[in-house]
Ligand binder design. Sequence first.
Ligand SMILES: *Cc1c(COP(=O)(O)O)cnc(C)c1O
Length: 751
Amino acid sequence: MDLDKGQEEKQQQGLINASGVAHLRDPSAKLPENLQALQPLSRNLYWVWNRRIRKIFEEIDLAAWDGLGHNPVLLLQRIGAARLAELSSNQEFVSKAAHLYEVQRQYLHEKENTWYQKTFGILERNELVAYFSAEFGLTECLRTYSGGLGILSGDHLKAASDLGIPMVGIGLFYKRGYFTQQINQEGWQIETYPENNPSELPVESVMDRNSNEPLIVSIPIEERQVRVRAWKASVGRNTLLLLDTNLPGLNSKEDCEITAELYGGDIHTRIKQEMILGFGGAKIIRALGMRPSMFHMNEGHAAFVILERIREIIEEEKPGTSFADAAETAKVSNLFTTHTPVAAGIDVFGNILIERYLSWYCKKIGIGLKELLELGHEYPDSSGFNMAVFAIRMSVHVNAVSKLHRRVASKLWKYVIDDLDLQKNLRSVTNGIHVLSWVSNAYADLYDQFLGSAWKDDTSNPEVWAEAKNIPNELIWETHVSQKRTLIEFIRTNFFFEGYNIPVEQILDPTALTIGFARRFATYKRASLILNDKERLLRLLRDKNRPIQFVFAGKAHPRDHEAKKLIQEILNFAKNEARGRIVFLPDYDISIARQMVQGVDVWLNNPERPLEACGTSGMKALPNGVLNFSILDGWWDEAHSSENGWTINPLEHFEDHNKQSKADADALYFTLENEIIPEFYNRSVNGIPESWVEKMKHSISTLTSKFTTSRMVEEYARNFYFEHGQIAETLNKGEQGANVLDSASPNNWDK
Ligand SMILES: *Cc1c(COP(=O)(O)O)cnc(C)c1O
């Protein structure tokens, strides 16, 4: 494909996305003329969920692709001249690149046929959703996430793009991102913080339209102005803006470090980060001329955006408005999603801290500190400003992230909710995952064949997935077995097994029942529950005929000593007793998560109920034919049946944590011994576990559609983003109460 100047311009225009921010061409581009198409392909994260585009990067140089952490921008910078010349004279490759550029262009330009278009009509409505989150997990090379909250935000943006919903994401650009996990010889987690270099990432500087310099806004912090710039990542049709204070020369050294680390530093760093996210985010989108019709706060970190909105109303939109009236006006366009079932999970800033950092605001707006503090006090005269309480009070829509979590959150925030009569507005929108980002290529090929070519565009449609019932059992099983071999091969070639004292060929057995467990090592998730009765576990691991094995991964928060001990406990057992039947993979990230959810037989989840607000890793297992085995917590509480997986169902419930863990572990072993293991090893004459495969098919065909981010974002769009008030009316007509609320949802999963 040749791009002359005119075409180049068009290309740039073509890539102006729904949020109205233009792409800049990479100045360092040195690609041959006929491979120019690779540039825009590398610059839009659409490649993350288009496997043909992903494949073309692999084709350039598979080893480099893997070695550079699946980063196409870096790949194109590092690729040698010889290889480039080779590709440039390979006509097939050249036309493939041109074709994929066309595929991307069509996706980006699709306006008529998107779900948003079809559901809400003409685009004259000028709607834009601003989606705020402290973390965004879009792909492994952009390390702006720590765990589930970030993955959810990333998947949310991708689904919004697929559905054609105009959305701008706002987060922070962390210079050092979340840490890289290494494990020392004692099994202790060591954190290192490699620097993110924006020029080597799929991000571009957001420029000031007038000066062609980086766009900068300032936020008052104490007595000074802190400058903030933004990086943009293109997420399909939408844009993610990542705010950054690392501006040496403009900011003091200390202020440059405000956005350096995700959840790093002390309480002062935390409040400053949240000021950058909330105030800075609102200012940046204004400077870009965006006027969102909805502000969606994913957890409380960004709640200060509300204060900036109120300031805008009072100082710019309707001068003379009182604080109370401006707050009422702002409220209508606020949506708050809570993810936390425990009070300890929320940021609470002491009153003195608020005085120190927000007095300027009170002065500017003409309110007393007391008036501001009251908005974030859970009870009269609380000692701190609670970001979730503040967001709940100041949002017309509030939602929890699973049905069970809605009930838990209603209790947790009872005082605030009763006060506001929010009980009828606290809704639940169960989380989901972005299928195309998590499904293996092998299963995607199967679905191309059996679900019809449009399955990719309609992942929340149960009728599409029902067709999975027709995939022959042999094919399902064959595909699964090859995925499992791929995982084990990946593990054996990419990790060192120092201290395991066995040859690498004996690390895991491709024929053994393989159970995966990977998530943040927060103590409530009880990663080591399976070690509760070591003798009983060893019998299962060492069984000659029907062995089981485990793959673990996960990071502990740097300050969570107890969680680090859990890693150590698992590693000790893996190295000493388990003899290659348990491995712990260091540095859990999106890439390892993807490999694991695609290749194990069973996905295990055993948190302390009801502390898992939703959980999403088990949903990633669904389209990959991996079966869930879980405590009845979060999403599994509303998904499980005897036909689609297994539950850990303790005989008794205890207040005491240790007793409960014992009961849960007993239930876990019991189900493994009596149901899961026999079913896995019960083979037909041709070696297929028929009833197991039936379960896989049931899980794929009935659960996948429900737990997609498409279904989830559709719910957000219908209930909150674009139909203000309508739902509340429906609800008010009905009876009140928990169950009524859940079933009254006009678009529970049936389209
Ligand atoms: C999906 C995912 C999570 C969240 O998993 P949960 O089951 O919700 O705990 C965390 N980290 C990574 C890297 C993930 O991919």
